[in-house]
Design a binder for this molecule. Structure first.
Ligand code: BTN
Length: 255
């Protein structure tokens, strides 16, 4: 994978092993790396998922990379980059077959997770220093760790086709550039909304919002231009869910 990636892409660094491409991208950003640096690893010894979870990162099977950006917009816009990347990953995989997105950023097929995105922002004096968007995609057939074996799958397991990881990375970065240009026109998701909502696994499904202020149920209707999930409660109110855990009946079960 290394030679294929380095020969095709610029502003990319490749590691046979690193702790986490997100952490390494942040270190390189602190050392002055250029905007849009891509950090790729064959394996991660401390791959991280959302909510402090681990991200299983065996070598030879998957794609683990982080894209570091130095945007000049306000920090409250940064979380939308997760959705921009989700659209890019979905577009790249859709060249092979159709996948869905579970809000905000899980790529799913057959009700199982194929890929996850972890976006981390670093700030200085109230302004963004850098944003690191980390992507992990299960590409090859594999034995997943016990705790995720019922909820995770891989591209090859679902689609039965061999997928070159370097090709996939190249496509994702191309689609990210396109989707990011669209985002920068309005600094929101209005240009990507229809596409995102069309493949939203949660759409018109019953969800439970695990809000720290109180759990509630409703039907997910899609995202708005800020990337919030619109949930219609049984009283008929439309609630915009900013962040937090939303579980969807039938998608990984209620977890
Ligand atoms: C999730 O919990 O769904 C997000 C998973 C993100 C995993 C990727 S793998 C590359 C990058 N480096 C990390 O440590 N995490 C992200």
């Amino acid at each position: 994978m290394k030679e294929e990636i380095l020969s095709r892409l610029t502003n990319v660094v490749f590691y046979e092993s690193t702790d986490s491409t997100n952490v390494q991208a942040k270190r390189l950003a602190e050392e002055g790396a250029e905007n849009k640096l891509v950090v790729v690893a064959e394996t991660q010894t401390a791959g991280r998922g959302r909510k402090g979870r681990d991200w299983s990162s065996p070598p030879g099977k998957n794609l683990y990379f982080s894209l570091m950006l130095r945007p000049d917009f306000a920090p409250d816009k940064a979380s939308m980059l997760t959705i921009v990347m989700a659209v890019a990953v979905k577009r790249a995989i859709n060249d092979v077959a159709c996948v869905q997105i579970k809000w905000p950023n899980d790529i799913v097929a057959d009700g199982k997770k194929l890929a996850g995105i972890l976006t981390e922002m670093h700030m200085d004096a109230g302004a963004i220093k850098d944003v690191v968007i980390g992507v992990g995609i299960n590409v090859k057939n594999q034995d997943f760790p016990e705790d995720i074996s019922r909820t995770a799958t891989s591209l090859e397991a679902v689609f039965g086709k061999q997928i070159a990881r370097a090709d996939l990375l190249e496509k994702i970065l191309y689609h990210f550039d396109e989707a990011y240009k669209c985002f920068l026109l309005t600094y929101d998701l209005s240009g990507l909304l229809a596409e995102y909502n069309a493949c939203l696994a949660n759409k018109n499904r019953e969800v439970r919002v695990l809000d720290p202020a109180g759990e509630f149920g409703g039907v997910a209707k899609g995202i708005n231009e800020k990337g919030e999930l619109l949930v219609q409660t049984k009283e008929g109110n439309m609630v915009a869910v900013y962040a937090g855990e939303v579980s969807v009946r039938g998608i990984y079960g209620y977890v």
